[in-house]
Design a protein around this ligand. Structure first.
Ligand SMILES: N[C@@H](CCC(=O)N[C@@H](CS)C(=O)NCC(=O)O)C(=O)O
Length: 217
């Protein structure tokens, strides 16, 4: 086992940490879990008190929250994907790092409505509609920012990974083709080898079984 152990579920937010680790090309051990009950085992709850992914074991400590993991890994490995305090792009780097969660929470609510809740009678078309609209607005902001740019900052950085994962999931609920700059940026990210590696299922079930989840009539 390496000094770093990443706990991950296929297609979950832990993709961010996995993708980052692959981009940084540092040694680590990947532990994959099924999305569901396995995360509520006593063994796993000792790593993450809510039974969520990711969690990152480093020596005898465990770190959770993707934003914290991104900052920690960039600092630990002095990675050019991070922006240190004092860097002219530090403020924007932090802003997009956290904006990634603003986008992701809409995706998470929509995932709950469309996938986690099994029965139609328990779903709320109103919540689905509202959340899809709010997600679309959040994507519009990214599209505006990306006009004439290749990446969120001047070069590819860890925040493209953080936000990129959120936008990848958003595509299950909002047609991103309506946003030209965002779509080009997303395609650019999806072409990266590290992205493809981080999206491998390794035989685990996909959370998203359909290509698109629209709002029911
Ligand atoms: N803000 C946290 C969110 C972590 C999170 O909610 N992860 C989801 C996967 S996308 C999870 O593990 N859900 C399992 C569950 O709620 O049972 C982060 O960025 O790490």
């Amino acid at each position: 086992m390496s000094e770093i152990i990443l706990h991950h579920c296929h297609q979950a937010r832990s993709v961010r940490s996995l993708w980052l680790l692959y981009e940084m090309d540092v040694p680590f051990t990947l532990v994959m879990h099924d999305f569901g009950k396995e995360l509520r085992s006593d063994t796993y709850l000792a790593k993450h008190p809510l039974g969520r992914v990711p969690s990152l074991e480093i020596g005898n400590k465990v770190l959770f929250e993707t934003g914290a993991i991104t900052e920690y890994l960039c600092e630990k490995f002095d990675s050019p994907l991070g922006r240190k305090a004092g860097d002219p792009e530090r403020m924007e780097w932090l802003q997009w790092l956290h904006y990634a969660e603003t986008v992701a929470v809409h995706g998470a609510t929509l995932t709950q409505q469309h996938i986690v809740i099994y029965e139609d009678k328990d779903r709320s078309p109103m919540v689905m509609k509202l959340e899809a609209k709010r997600l679309e607005k959040a994507l519009e902001v990214l599209d505006e920012h990306l006009k004439g740019r290749e990446f969120l900052l001047d070069d590819f950085s860890a925040v493209d990974i953080s936000v990129g994962y959120s936008v990848f999931i958003a595509q299950y609920f909002v047609q991103i083709g309506q946003f030209a700059s965002l779509s080009t940026w997303m395609a650019r990210l999806q072409n990266r080898e590290a992205f493809a590696k981080a999206m491998m299922s390794n035989g685990r079930a996909a959370i998203y079984q359909s290509k698109f989840y629209g709002i029911p009539d």
